[in-house]
Design a protein around this ligand. Structure first.
Ligand SMILES: Cc1ncc(COP(=O)(O)O)c(C=O)c1O
Length: 420
């Protein structure tokens, strides 16, 4: 086999990768709440020779020989995950957050069983029961919604829905909910109706790991997460659970729903979990929350409304129902000014999902770049100005220039960090 440099072996892919490094480094402010930038050590682990091996099974019990070093890596990831989240057991093999949810549901339920999850436009994810997704297709999903007045999930509403539907499992944990999750409240409801309780901490796992959001254990029975959002690691998923669910969780991942694990990704997960145990990560997570509050302040300054009036975590959900722009138009106008956010439904959104009346904005990625409250509050104001004046080309150019300065002032990678 001939080894060649990628630039020589495949100039087209090489060029696309170079362009993407450039885009991430210096072309826009990345404010999609589910995205982040991983450190070099995670990139190194992901790009490693662990990709060469089949390791079906679990450490010490593989279907293939030669897994000694893979066992070591997977055990490190599992041990670190259990320590961080105070879980009895961790399965680090799910290829994604969706795969983690698939396996978590099937570890305890059969097709047709009843699950109570959030109304999707109130912050849930497709895997929480949407009809276009396996979850809505295979399970009998019923929903609880956000409270009309507080725009938060309140006990009375969740309890009412649980008593009405008598679910086998309740799901909490969201994609677009700006407030802390009250695990004790959900446990009380689950106990009242004799249901299992699962939390999907895909978005907030970095905050939880750092103690900046309450931990879902011991109240929850099973916890799923992605490993690439606020926890800033390799793209993938993970399931954490109490001991009594461990065997069922493991067999629901492999052999029920996946084949060979992506061991290079598992190495990336192990590395990010080690990072998450450091005091710098605690500072990072604390700063994410301060930055998101500063962002909300800037938006408020420009007269924008936010769902629930603000934020306790890493994101805000701007409610555009009183504005002239839709979520789609706001997203496009902001992109023209090099600020990247996503359109997002707000509770009781009158507009269709591809248009929406909201934008979701998150601070994890800019916090990774080193920005602090001063920058985030200024960016909040810039976003507010564009949302109020989406056609103002002069304003967009002015903001583009300021964005470019900010990107220069807060560099992301050195060339040697992302050498390809
Ligand atoms: C709450 C939640 N769960 C699950 C997922 C799915 O993760 P993935 O895209 O890795 O399948 C997401 C992704 O955005 C999410 O926000």
């Amino acid at each position: 086999m001939k080894h060649r440099d990628l630039s020589e072996a495949d100039p087209e892919v090489h060029k696309a990768l170079k362009n993407e490094i450039e885009r991430q480094e210096s072309e826009s402010l990345e404010m999609i709440a589910s995205e982040n930038f991983v450190p070099k050590q995670v990139l190194q682990a992901q790009g490693s020779v662990l990709t060469n091996k089949y390791a079906e099974g679990y450490p010490g019990n593989r279907y293939y020989a030669g897994c000694e070093h893979h066992d070591r890596v997977e055990n490190l990831a599992r041990e670190r995950a259990c320590e961080i989240f105070d879980a009895d057991h961790a399965n680090v093999q799910p290829h994604s957050g969706s795969q983690a949810n698939f396996a978590a549901y099937f570890s305890q339920l059969e097709a047709g069983d009843k699950i109570l999850g959030p109304v999707l436009s109130h912050g849930g994810h497709l895997t929480h029961g949407h009809g276009v997704n396996f979850s809505g297709d295979l399970f009998n999903f019923e929903t609880y919604g956000i409270n009309d007045e507080t725009e938060r999930f309140e006990k009375e509403d969740v309890m009412e829905a649980a008593k009405e539907h008598n679910p086998d499992l309740i799901v909490c944990g969201y994609s677009a909910y700006p407030r802390e999750i009250d695990f004790e409240m959900f446990r009380d409801v689950a106990d009242e109706v004799g249901s299992l309780l699962m939390c999907d901490i895909a978005h907030i796992s970095g905050l939880v790991a750092a103690g900046e959001h309450p931990n879902p254990f011991p109240q929850c029975d099973i916890v799923t997460t992605t490993t690439h959002k606020s926890i800033r690691g390799a793209r993938g998923g993970m399931i954490l659970c109490k001991e009594e669910f461990a065997d069922d969780v493991d067999s629901a991942v492999f052999p029920y729903s996946q084949g060979g694990p992506l061991m290079h990704q598992i190495a990336g997960k192990a590395v990010c979990l080690k990072e998450a145990q450091k005091s710098e990560f605690k500072d990072y997570a604390e700063q994410i929350k301060k930055n998101t509050k500063a962002l909300a302040e800037g938006l408020r300054e420009e007269g924008l409304k936010m769902v629930s009036g603000g934020t306790d975590n890493h994101l805000v959900l701007v409610d555009l129902r009183d504005e002239e722009v839709s979520g789609k138009e706001a997203e496009e106008a902001l992109e023209e000014a090099d600020i990247v956010v996503n359109k997002n439904a707000v509770p009781y959104d009158p507009k269709p999902p591809m248009v929406t009346s909201g934008i979701r904005i998150g601070a994890p990625a800019l916090t990774t770049r080193g920005m602090e409250e001063e920058e985030l509050s200024e960016i909040g104001e810039m976003i507010g100005k564009i949302v109020k004046n989406p056609e103002d080309e002069g304003l967009k150019s002015e903001i583009q220039e300021r964005v470019s300065e900010l990107l220069d002032d807060f560099p992301l990678y050195e060339d040697s960090d992302v050498e390809i």
